[in-house]
Design a protein around this ligand. Structure first.
Ligand code: SAM
Length: 256
């Protein structure tokens, strides 16, 4: 995969991209990430990247010419047949989810445009961008953190990216559920013990425990996710016992 990030502040991104799984994925040539400074594509002696908005109002708006020029230059370096998305980071975009990360991980090239100030000229959104993504219902100073969030979530889904560090397919949201709790050594910490089943060596029981913990956690924290999760008959029975327990707690009455 090829990732290009178009930003006014490439230095903000280099630290994060150069560490841990993102670093190793690049070293293993699972992906290449290039940063492009918008200023380098701005014409004229002063390389102006932003101007006040037409019609007045506060703040500055990123000009269209350098953003189109940056994307043209990125495309010209590469095979034109690549499956590509040009993503504008914006609080007005589609809320980012694991499902979107999965779709993006199947593209050959992702080009991110990081807005700043009041945002970007509307013609960028209308005629250059193919996707608009928001990382949440709040407003950040710029699109760089959002682009990092998306790049990170996509990278860990590339085959081979996680190595021994975990399996993306059992993570929260990948299965339609939240993942259950994890424990590591020591067995006893400040009087709190690791659940016996995890030390039993009984693979089927351990697997079922993990599944039930994931169901319990999802039921407690994000019950709406259970409406679209793929559930087995055993899962449904377990959820029914949770509902029964909770009803008994509410009424203070355990009438088993
Ligand atoms: N005036 C814009 C509005 O009300 O929609 C907000 C501009 S914001 C201060 C500057 C830039 O930060 C945006 O162009 C976008 O690239 C980025 N940004 C801010 N919040 C974001 C979010 N929740 N998700 C993704 N990008 C965001």
């Amino acid at each position: 995969m090829k990732i290009d990030i178009v930003t006014l502040f490439p230095e903000m991104l280099t630290g994060y991209l150069g560490q841990s799984i993102l670093k190793r994925a690049q070293e293993a040539e699972l992906l290449t990430i290039d940063l492009h400074n918008i200023r380098d594509y701005a014409a004229g002696k002063h390389q102006i990247t932003d101007e006040p908005p037409y019609g007045g109002g506060g703040g500055m708006v990123l000009k269209p010419e350098p953003l189109f020029a940056a994307v043209d230059a990125i495309r010209s370096q590469d095979d034109q047949t690549k499956s590509e998305k040009v993503i504008l980071m914006t609080p007005q975009g589609r809320p980012f989810t694991q499902a979107i990360a999965k779709d993006l991980s199947e593209c050959e090239r992702l080009i991110f445009i990081c807005g700043r100030y009041e945002g970007v000229d509307e013609r960028v959104r209308q005629h250059l961008v193919t996707e608009e993504i928001s990382i949440g219902d709040y407003v950040l100073t710029g699109g760089e953190l959002g682009a990092m969030v998306v790049v990170d979530a996509v990278t860990r889904l590339l085959p081979g990216a996680l190595g021994a560090e975990g399996a993306a397919e059992t993570d929260s949201h990948a299965t339609g559920l939240l993942e259950g709790p994890h424990y590591t050594r020591p067995n006893q910490f400040r009087g709190h013990l690791v659940p016996e089943v995890l030390k039993s060596g009984h693979a089927a029981n351990i697997k079922r425990w993990h599944r039930e913990q994931a169901l319990r956690r999802t039921w407690q924290r994000r019950p709406e996710m259970l409406l679209s999760a793929e559930l087995t008959e055993d899962d449904r029975r377990f959820l029914a016992t949770l509902a029964h327990e909770s009803a008994a707690e509410l009424t203070g009455n355990d009438n088993n």
